[in-house]
Design a binder for this molecule. Structure first.
Ligand code: C2O
Length: 583
């Protein structure tokens, strides 16, 4: 059995860090549950800047229709009384999240210690109006960064330069735009409707729509500064071998697109590693592993919406309920790959500072592009949740005219109406279905590994192997089309102030955890450090249907699952594993 334990905390005091914040990382407590008080007299309108807001304490629109929130909260008393444990699922009285009250923005809080954080990214306060998508008269064109022309690069540099020259208190300035990201992910806002909980748009189904809107306004601000309504941001095409290095335009020291707070070992020609584990990557494997990772994130594991998008997050949800495939895979890996090789990983390697890195925007433009590609690949299958808890979720941003506007998830889904298109490039991962190392392996029947129910909760300070029962076997083709078999890994608790990563393999006889490009690899969990430790439980679901077919073990009644810690396994605890079927 192999045992892997890597620490990424190669902190050196010689490296520069973001000067505007002092470094005082919060400490993680090993507390396994968090107590929350339901505030029955929750006063959602108090301090409300916008009385036409869709949420009042009396009447709440839910998927079940209009109900009295107060009654619901009182009614919950029996189940979750004043100080009870939180279920790690979205509450059943769901209400879509709405814009935070900017006047109540606070410095983030370390939820384990209750201490305020040493960062302050609250935006200027203003009243919002509802945003109406303007008619599309000029399409914006988003080029692949590695293919962009000299003229385009000069234009983009000029735009970012002008943005950096805006006064710091202009909501369109580079500093304020970076704060937008920080504020929505460092628990600085109260959740409107449940002020006892803070707002976090990562690791949930807000990941795609929130970042789409964020980029949309950032792009329009840049276009306005250079007076070019066709300006589109470049995408970092890291899912395609020619794009698997940091794009040159970001690596020139005298450019406004350069950021000194980076891992300088990862300037070109270093290969961008989508399975980065905070140690030097094996260059001979990176490209093939990257293509398999992309196939896993975009094709294999995502037949159900939740598995691509991430878990439901509504008013009452605790932060980080569960990231989708890209968010917990290539997305996190590249954040940390770009950021400094320190514990807090500025700029890109930590949510609070990521928006200060110009490359961040090209990283997320590529994710925006992948979202569009994924929706096209769906064909006639559903592309979006049809729940109002998602569609009616709303956020606020400053637009190119410095007006605060409220936008809804439902308006973010049609890229044509948003008025931009992407340069067409190869999609080499699309047909990259990995081959099994061993077909018809007998390892699950001969292994002496313990059964899953006797092992958890367990700390991932070494490789953990368990046998997991399959409630159904020998499924028909029809049944497989209707239901996805999913490996659910739940109660994942990590020190969210650190970069953590583990990979998951099924029936892997050879134990070569650095070779991702085999059918035995199911997926990973990795996360970008937050400035605050949240200490809540997350859950991921990994699609098994195609994998079990490829391994030719559909008739087996159990599988052998290996959980392989790749970074800071000491700081990961797993609560349980099971197999479910989702239709
Ligand atoms: Cu909002 Cu990649 O992070």
């Amino acid at each position: 059995m192999i045992s892997i334990l890597l620490s990424s905390s190669t902190t050196t005091t010689l490296l520069p860090s973001r000067p505007i914040y002092t470094s005082n990382p919060p400490y993680f407590s090993t507390k396994t549950t968090r107590i929350r008080h339901f505030n029955v007299s929750c006063d959602a309108t108090n301090g409300d800047q916008n009385q036409n807001h869709n949420l009042s304490p009396q009447n709440v629109q839910t998927s079940q229709g209009k109900i009295d929130r107060r009654n619901v909260l009182l009614g919950m008393g029996g189940l979750y009384s004043a100080s009870s444990l939180i279920p790690d699922i979205a509450p059943s009285f769901a209400t879509p999240i709405s814009p935070p009250d900017l006047a109540k923005c606070s410095r983030g809080t370390n939820l384990n210690t209750g201490e305020p954080l040493d960062i302050n990214c609250c935006p200027p306060i203003a009243k919002y109006t509802d945003y109406k998508l303007p008619p599309v008269t000029n399409m914006r064109f988003r080029p692949a960064a590695h293919l962009a022309s000299k003229e385009y690069i000069a234009k983009y540099e000029k735009a970012v330069q002008l943005m950096k020259e805006l006064p710091d208190d202009d909501p369109r300035s580079f500093t304020q735009q970076a704060h937008v990201h920080c504020a929505y992910c460092n628990l600085t806002y109260e959740q409107k409707g449940d002020p006892e909980l803070k707002l976090q748009i990562h690791n949930s189904w807000h990941f795609y729509p929130w970042h789409r809107w964020y980029l949309y306004f950032y792009e329009r601000i840049l276009g306005k500064l250079i007076d070019d309504p066709t300006f589109g941001l470049p995408f970092w095409n890291w899912d395609n071998p020619p794009g698997m290095v940091m794009p040159d335009m970001f690596a020139k020291k005298d450019s406004p697109l350069y950021d000194p707070l980076r891992n300088l070992d990862h300037l070109p020609p270093a290969l961008a590693d989508l399975n980065y584990a905070a140690k030097p990557s094996d260059n001979s494997k990176v490209i093939q592993n990257n293509l398999t990772e992309m196939y896993t994130e975009m094709v294999r594991g995502v037949s159900k919406l939740e598995d691509f998008y991430g878990a439901k997050y509504v008013v009452g949800s605790t932060p980080d309920p569960g990231p989708g495939t890209i968010e917990r895979g290539s997305h996190s890996s590249l954040h940390v790959w770009v950021g400094q090789a320190t514990k807090s990983g500025e700029d890109m390697g930590n949510f609070y500072s990521a928006g200060q890195e110009p490359l961040f925007f090209s990283h997320h433009i590529n994710i925006d592009r992948l979202w569009t590609i994924w929706r096209k690949l769906r064909g006639s299958k559903p592309k979006d949740f049809n729940e109002s808890d998602w569609l009616d979720s709303s956020y606020v941003f400053y637009d190119e005219n410095a007006r605060l506007v409220r936008v809804k998830v439902s308006d973010s889904l049609d890229q044509d109406k948003l008025g931009y298109s992407f340069q067409e490039v190869d999609i080499p991962w699309l047909k990259n279905r990995p081959k099994p190392r061993v077909k018809k392996s007998k390892i699950a029947t001969t292994s002496s590994a313990p059964r899953a129910d006797s092992v958890f909760p367990v700390k991932l300070d070494k490789v953990v192997k368990v046998l997991v029962e399959r409630p159904k076997k020998s499924r028909s083709k029809k049944n497989k089309e209707e239901e996805e078999e999913l490996l659910v890994i739940e109660g994942i608790e990590v020190d969210s102030a650190k970069f953590v990563r583990f990979d998951v393999f099924v029936n892997d006889e050879d134990d070569k955890p650095d070779e991702i490009d085999k059918a035995e690899y199911v997926g990973c969990y990795s996360q970008v450090p937050h400035k605050n430790s949240t200490g809540v439980k997350s859950k991921i679901r990994l699609g098994l249907t195609e994998l079990l077919e490829d391994l030719d073990v559909e008739d087996d009644d159990k599988i052998l699952v290996s959980l392989v810690p790749k970074a800071n396994g000491d700081d990961i605890t797993i609560g349980g594993i099971k197999i479910i079927y989702a239709s």
